[in-house]
Ligand binder design. Structure first.
Ligand code: PLP
Length: 402
């Protein structure tokens, strides 16, 4: 029988910065019949994941699991803690920070944006300076992204916590970890974060469809008087019924089986090893980009992301045309340039269930696609990445960790 659909052979290289490829183990764990979400078997599963996920956020307070994408968890963080007209300080790290800010406007908040060129993370000193000016303590929350997925720049929530403390400012600290959780070191309690927003589909290696709010004591107390309207997102109702292992709505049962497996896998590898692996793959990628003679979008190493690298194409070369050629010829997908950097940037995701050879395959595809698309570059990017990975594999620190 003939068909005009041609089969793609082998595996697709999904190098977008999430959703990330699903490990077989997680796929198998989710291959379960649907169970009664008000029955005892579900309660056991729910209690297991609600407790287990705290070890990933490194928090002791409640973590809410919403059956929604990450955007829902952004909204939940804002509507549970703030009141109409409240001022919120945000930092313009890129497209996702801009979307969160736009959401705040739509919800009736007054966000104030510290502007940047989309090539660094949130600058703690600038945040501190702004908070010091706020003599009447009108700013009620500082919202930052731990990892700005659109640019490949991290921020340092621990430094931002110190900025709040140094300014003696009582605002809540809210951190989006959607593209850093379970990939880049993160410590909700230790860093004094009030609300952490998370998502399923990146470092947790799960399908899109669930998101998280990890909540500290101060945020819980603030929620009692916050006046923004909320119903589906209301923490109080969910926390109450979660104690019995249930949800006030139909939970994403299948993904929760995957979450239980994901938590187990992350601890089997060891969270510190997970972070070190992401650091290593990111550094290999940056070495390749530099060897090609291309520019990394993040302009200050302090803010380099270990989950995604934004690559600037030379003037006159369209990043989306390059991505199209790479997809057609080598079956590889990159993140596109978003917002104001559309067409200028492509993003190599290196997060989730990825190892050295997988990233080398992706870099080889990239080097070939650069040649095919006639993007001016030097050869040797893959070699530079290999040299680095060999040196890393031989290092005593790595041997000790394994
Ligand atoms: N925040 C960050 C940092 C993201 O990377 C994304 C999506 O990629 C979002 C928020 C929005 O999440 P979602 O697309 O799951 O709604």
């Amino acid at each position: 029988m003939s068909s005009n659909i041609s089969r793609t052979v082998g595996r697709h290289f999904l190098q977008i910065p999430g959703p990330t490829p699903l490990p077989d183990r997680i796929l198998r764990a989710m291959d379960m019949p649907i169970i009664d979400h008000r029955g005892p078997e579900f309660a056991r599963l729910a209690k297991r994941v609600l407790e287990g996920v705290k070890t990933i956020f490194k928090c002791s307070g409640p973590v809410i699991i919403y059956p929604s994408s990450g955007t829902g968890a952004w909204e939940a963080a804002l509507v549970n803690t703030l009141s109409p007209g409240d001022r919120v300080l945000m930092f313009e790290t890129g497209q996702f920070a801009t979307l969160w800010k736009n959401m705040a406007v739509k919800l009736g908040l007054k966000p104030e944006f510290i502007e940047s060129d989309w090539r660094i993370g949130a600058d703690a000193k600038m945040i501190e300076a702004r908070l010091r000016q706020d003599k009447n303590k009108e700013i009620k929350a500082v919202c930052v992204l731990h990892n700005e997925t659109s640019t490949g720049c991290v921020s340092h929530p621990n430094e931002i916590r110190k900025a709040l403390d140094a300014a003696g400012h009582p605002a809540l600290l809210m951190v989006d970890t959607i593209s850093s959780l379970a990939s880049i070191d993160y410590r909700h309690d230790e860093w004094g974060v009030d609300v952490t927003v998370g998502g399923a589909q990146k470092g947790l290696m799960l399908p899109p469809g669930i998101s998280f709010n990890a909540i500290g004591d101060k945020a819980l107390a603030t929620a009692k008087t916050a006046k923004l309207p909320k119903s589906f997102w209301a923490w109080e109702d969910i926390i109450a019924i979660n104690k019995q292992g249930f949800f006030p709505y139909t939970p994403a049962t299948t993904i929760l089986y995957g979450l239980a497996e994901s938590i187990e896998m992350l601890h089997e590898e060891g969270l510190d090893n997970v972070f070190a692996r992401h650091d290593r793959l990111a550094e290999a990628t940056r070495r390749a980009v530099r060897a090609w003679g291309l520019e990394i979008l993040c302009r200050d190493p302090k803010y380099y992301s270990s989950t995604v690298t934004g690559v600037l194409l030379p003037e006159g070369h369209d990043a989306d045309a390059f991505r199209k050629i790479a997809l057609e010829h080598f079956n590889i997908s990159y993140g596109t340039g978003l917002g104001r950097i559309t067409g200028k940037v492509f993003r190599i995701g290196h997060l989730g269930d990825v190892n050295d050879l997988m990233i080398l395959g992706a870099l080889a595809g990239t080097e070939m696609a650069l040649a095919l698309a006639r993007v001016p570059h030097k050869k040797g990017g893959v070699q530079a990445a290999m040299d680095y990975l060999v040196a890393e594999a031989a290092s005593p620190a790595r041997a000790a960790a394994e």
